[in-house]
Design a protein around this ligand. Structure first.
Ligand code: ADP
Ligand code: MG
Length: 380
């Protein structure tokens, strides 16, 4: 999607994607719904010229595979991408919108191996229900079910001696709200206008404060590889800024290697290894379960928390994850893998398509006019 000033949010990622594409024999074109000429079935796309280190525009046909990177940037943009996806259902998409946090929670609860890793969660109904929930859990998070980037998230911490709750968080514009003491009955009043009943989930909070009071969690990237198999590409820690109850990088969080963070907290190598194994297994199960529900997609960014006993919890699944966390921790091998894998997976899909008698339904999804060209150009 074009941002104000016709800027593209992830241009440097697209450049790297194009370079890996060239190495692997895949043409990568960048376009937004605004660049599509519906009448003549063509796209005025950006193409990266590595020799000249510059972007140029050219008219291209519809690619056989689309890697949809559109994230939510207001209702107008959302309408545009929805319209595109509804119009061009026959294109093959690498990524797909999953569902809101509440639906994902319910779907994942069905899976026996995932359920023990899900914090207790309810959809907000009313004050009474919230009060009951607060009695059960010393920390509670309230989150918009369709929010991103740590926006509109509130943490409630029970104070000792029945003195109410400490409420802090971020508003819808992601501004840090100063901590205030509240009573349970007062919480919905303080949050009037936030649309609690229609938009919010209420979740058991996992204690994630480090010694200096900052919160932390982990971002795992799970991707399909060149053989079409799920792999954990990597996992890294994120530490929120002071006074923040969220750790998102866009909200001022810093990235740190998972090993460093776990070693500092748990000391022994053995414990760190067993936590990592549990986290990796969970990540793969989550991807497989969601794929069974929604159909094939190429990657998911999974937010994980590890509580003081070492138990791994799943906080959120992101269908269009950034991979910056690995660049920021300096884990460049993982960062490169993270960029290359969607191309390798695309290639895998195209090769499957080219092979006779395998998965012919893929061919059906591409308009006939595109089929021969797609074999020749392997455009992404
Ligand atoms: N149940 C929870 N317990 C502890 N921290 C949480 C919990 N839920 C969210 N957080 C914190 O808030 C951040 C944002 O929450 P998340 O559910 O990932 O929503 P968003 O879509 O806004 O990223 C998390 O990365 C984590 O730092
Ligand atoms: Mg998140």
């Amino acid at each position: 999607m074009y941002m104000p000033g016709r800027k593209l949010e992830e241009l440097s990622f697209y450049r790297k994607l194009s370079i890996y594409g060239q190495k692997l024999g895949v043409d990568v074109f960048i376009f937004t719904p605004d660049d599509v000429d519906d009448n003549r079935s063509r796209i005025y796309a950006l193409s990266y010229n590595q020799a000249k280190r510059s972007w140029t525009r050219k008219w291209v046909g519809f690619p056989p595979i689309v890697y949809d990177r559109c994230r939510y940037h207001g209702a107008d943009n959302f309408r545009k991408i929805t319209r595109f996806r509804q119009k061009y259902t026959k294109l093959r998409y690498l990524s797909r919108p999953l569902a809101n946090k509440w639906t994902i929670h319910r779907l994942l609860s069905e899976n026996e191996s995932i359920a023990p890793h899900l914090p207790s969660t309810v959809h907000y109904r009313n004050r009474k229900q919230l009060e009951q929930f607060l009695k059960k859990h010393p920390i509670v998070y309230m989150k918009p079910k369709s929010g991103t980037g740590g926006r509109g998230i509130v943490r409630l911490q029970r104070l000792r001696g029945g003195r109410g709750y400490l409420m802090q968080g971020r508003d819808a514009e992601r501004r840090i709200l100063p901590a205030v003491k509240v009573t349970a009955a007062h919480i919905p009043v303080r949050l009037a206008g936030w649309g609690l009943q229609s938009k919010y989930i209420v979740q058991q909070g996992i204690p994630l404060e480090l010694k200096d009071g900052r919160v932390h969690d982990f971002r795992m990237l799970v991707q399909k590889d060149g053989q079409g198999k799920w792999q954990v590409t990597g996992c890294a820690g994120r530490i929120g800024p002071p006074f923040s109850v969220t750790s998102n990088l866009h909200g001022g969080g810093t990235a740190i290697s998972m090993e460093t963070l776990l070693k500092n907290r748990f000391g022994t190598e053995e414990k760190v290894t067993s936590i990592k194994e549990a986290a990796y297994t969970l990540g793969l199960h989550v991807a497989q379960h969601l794929e069974a529900k929604f159909g094939t997609f190429c990657e998911a960014g999974i937010d994980l928390a590890v509580d003081p006993s070492g138990h791994v919890w799943l906080l959120e699944v992101n269908p269009k994850p950034s991979r910056d966390v690995f660049r920021l921790t300096g884990d460049l091998q993982t960062y490169r893998n993270a960029i290359r894998r969607p191309i390798e997976f695309a290639l895998h899909l195209l090769q499957k398509k080219a092979a006779p008698n395998t998965d012919t339904h893929l061919l059906d999804r591409v308009p006939p006019s595109q089929q021969s060209e797609s074999h020749r150009d392997r455009s992404v």
